[in-house]
Each structure stands twice: as structure tokens, then as C-alpha cells.
Design a protein around this ligand. Structure first.
Ligand code: KG4
Ligand code: ZN
Length: 346
């Protein structure tokens, strides 16, 4: 079989990543330089810091990805790069680096949609069969996709305000827990009672609507921990149990995520369901989805944590299919903070 190796580049947010993937599924290298330590003092990603770190690190990350795959650039068929959605300055760094590589080495350029690549991660790792529904749940996104083949991504529903990961990060900050908030909340929740506080589960009862909203629960946590008229900076009210708030918040978010994914699977009569994005690392989310999927006779797939969080292997993997179809970009390729099209099918 012919070996088509794609170099993937990912700089949409705070991970500088490069990877080499063969024939869409064989990951030959997967290098990620995380910026968590740089952003932690600010409690969230600072775009300018992210961009500067991408500029400094990307050349080394790309070289490392080639070295670990034991390949030179002339053994690569194409360069695939994330061009949307994300922080526009951060995306531009990856896009321009990829253009330079393409121009200097005569390599075809492939533009990859970051969220479609998250959906594709489960195919790359678990070879799950089509069609399937994937919930991409991260710091910037909470989106349900139906995928019928590697180049088909139908957006079924998304958040009307905050992303679930953003809510984890903001609630962690309200509880004075360290950034990133997801792992901190999960850890604190282990000692708490998930039924202690009935935080809102927005849209849960609306069985017609494939949509999410997490701004209400954020405000509910603020009121519970500070009282109705206090500012975010006020100290925690006396008697507030951080583990109970963490566990109750996590339970409410997880319940909505799981039930909307199941609802989508039933609506579209699809058996295979998957998760993607950083929040998909959450143990309670995986546990609850496993349990509910069994009850509903659905088959869940969970990418391992390194394929849940931002990585370039998913970009190279999906890039392979675009390349094989001849869907190439040229040197006019631009970056876009928001994705323009809702459905992509080629
Ligand atoms: O996909 P990702 O690495 O970056 C993007 O946002 O694109 O996701 C990061 C998000 C953060 O909001 C982080 O708090 C959340 O994923 N996260 C988690 C967990 N690990 C990371 N949320 C809940 N539980 C976790 N274990
Ligand atoms: Zn992502």
C-alpha cells in the first residue's frame, strides 16, 4: 500500500503542535508544546502571550515531529494546517508557517477545520464506523456533529453562550481553584456530594432542542458562593463547601452534555457516539456516558486524553482525506476566528 504522510500543524489556541500521520490513521509522531504555565497566572488564555509562544516554539515543534517520525521534509506529501476556528492571531502563525514550508519545499497545502478534526480523532484512534455523532466539548466549543464520512460534518447544535470548558474554568476561578479549571474541579469534586446543590440544567427538559447554555449555571455558582449582590472578587461566603459546589456543578454540566448527545443519537438514529475536546478527559463525563449509552443501546467511543486535547495528529489525519480528494489550499489561504459554513460535505 502506498504511504502518504502528512505533516499537521495546529496553533488555534494555546497548544503549539505538530505531527506526522500516515494514511490518515497511523500516528508517526505527535508533538505538543503546552502553554498552560504561561496562562495560569491570568486564569485563562491571553491571546498575545499565546501568539508569542507559538512564534517562538513552532519551528522546534515541527522539527521534533519530523525527527520523531524519522522523516525529512522530502518524504512528506503535504502540509495540513488548522485555519479555523480559533484565536485569529494564533491561527495566522500556523497558517503562515505552513505556507512557508509549502512554498520552500513545493509541498501541497491543506486547510483543516479544527472542530472537524476533533470529530475525526475518534476515527483515527478507534477506527469507529460511520455514521456517528460526536460532541466536541472544549474551552472554546460545545458542538454536536453528525459525520457520515471523513469529509462530512453536519453541525447539529451548539452553545448559545459559553462553552462547557469555559464554564469549568470560570467556576474553578470562583472557587479559587487553579487553572485549567476542568481538572481542578474534577479533583475537588471527588470529595463532594453531586446532589448537594441543584444547579440549573439548561435546555435539559427541551427534547426538541439540540443546544447548550452554560452562562446560567456560572451565575448560579456565583450567587451560591458569594450571595446575590456580591462581586466575583468577594471572599467565599461562610459555610460554602468547595467540594460540594464542584461536584454539583460537574454533575449538572455532565448530565446536560450526556443527555443532549444521547438525544442527538436517537433523533438521527445513529448507534455510534463519540466525544472530543479537552472536557472529554473528564472522568465523570466518561462514566456517565458509558452508563447511559448502555441503557440506550448505543456504542460510545472515547479518544485517549492526548487526542481529546488540542493536537496536530488530528489535523494531519483529516488532512490526509482532504489531500486524497484534491481539496487543496493555496498561498492565499487566510485564517478565520469563526467557522463560516455550518455543513461541510465534499
Ligand atoms: O480542547 P482543549 O485542550 O482546548 C480548547 O479549548 O480548544 O480544552 C481545554 C478545556 C479547558 O477549558 C479545560 O478546563 C477543559 O478543557 N478540561 C476539562 C478537563 N480537562 C481539561 N474539563 C473538565 N474535566 C477535565 N478533566
Ligand atoms: Zn480544540
Amino acid at each position: 500500500m502506498e504511504r502518504i504522510r502528512i505533516l499537521g500543524i495546529e496553533t488555534s489556541c494555546d497548544e503549539t503542535a505538530a505531527a506526522v500521520v500516515e494514511n490518515g490513521t497511523e500516528v508517526l509522531s505527535n508533538v505538543v508544546s503546552s502553554q498552560i504555565k504561561l496562562h495560569a497566572p491570568f486564569g485563562g488564555v491571553v491571546p498575545e502571550i499565546a501568539c508569542r509562544a507559538h512564534i517562538q516554539n513552532l519551528p522546534y515543534v515541527v522539527q521534533k515531529a519530523l525527527d520523531e517520525a524519522r522523516l525529512a521534509l522530502d518524504q512528506i506529501e503535504a502540509v495540513a494546517v488548522t485555519h479555523t476556528p480559533g484565536l485569529v492571531g494564533a491561527l495566522l502563525i500556523g497558517v503562515n508557517f505552513a505556507k512557508g514550508l509549502s512554498l520552500a519545499n513545493g509541498l501541497p497545502l491543506v486547510a483543516v477545520h479544527h472542530l472537524h478534526a476533533h470529530v475525526y480523532s475518534s476515527v483515527m484512534e478507534h477506527r469507529l464506523s460511520y455514521p456517528f455523532i460526536c460532541l466536541v466539548v472544549s474551552g472554546g466549543h460545545t458542538s454536536l456533529y453528525l459525520s457520515e464520512h471523513p469529509l462530512h460534518y453536519q453541525l447539529l447544535g451548539t452553545t448559545t453562550d459559553d462553552a462547557a470548558g469555559e464554564a469549568f474554568d470560570k467556576v474553578a476561578s470562583l472557587l479559587n481553584l487553579p487553572y485549567p479549571g476542568g481538572p481542578s474541579i474534577e479533583k475537588a469534586a471527588r470529595d463532594g456530594n453531586p446532589a448537594a446543590i441543584p444547579f440549573p440544567r439548561t435546555f435539559l427538559q427541551d427534547k426538541e432542542r439540540l443546544a447548550f447554555s452554560f452562562s446560567g449555571i456560572k451565575t448560579a455558582v456565583l450567587y451560591h458562593t458569594r450571595g446575590k449582590n456580591a462581586s466575583r472578587q468577594a471572599p467565599l461566603a461562610s459555610g460554602v463547601s468547595v467540594p460540594d459546589v464542584a461536584a454539583s456543578f460537574q454533575e449538572a454540566v455532565v448530565e446536560v452534555l450526556v443527555e443532549k448527545l444521547i438525544l442527538a443519537a436517537k433523533k438521527f438514529r445513529v448507534k455510534n457516539i463519540a466525544l472530543g475536546g479537552g472536557v472529554a478527559c473528564n472522568g465523570r463525563l466518561r462514566e456517565k456516558l458509558t452508563c447511559r449509552a448502555r441503557e440506550e443501546d448505543l456504542q460510545p467511543y472515547f479518544p485517549s486524553p492526548s487526542f481529546c486535547t488540542d493536537n496536530a495528529a488530528m489535523i494531519a489525519g483529516l488532512g490526509y482525506h482532504l489531500f486524497q480528494k484534491g481539496v487543496l489550499a493555496d498561498l492565499t489561504l487566510d485564517a478565520s476566528a469563526t467557522a463560516r459554513r455550518k455543513v461541510r460535505s465534499l
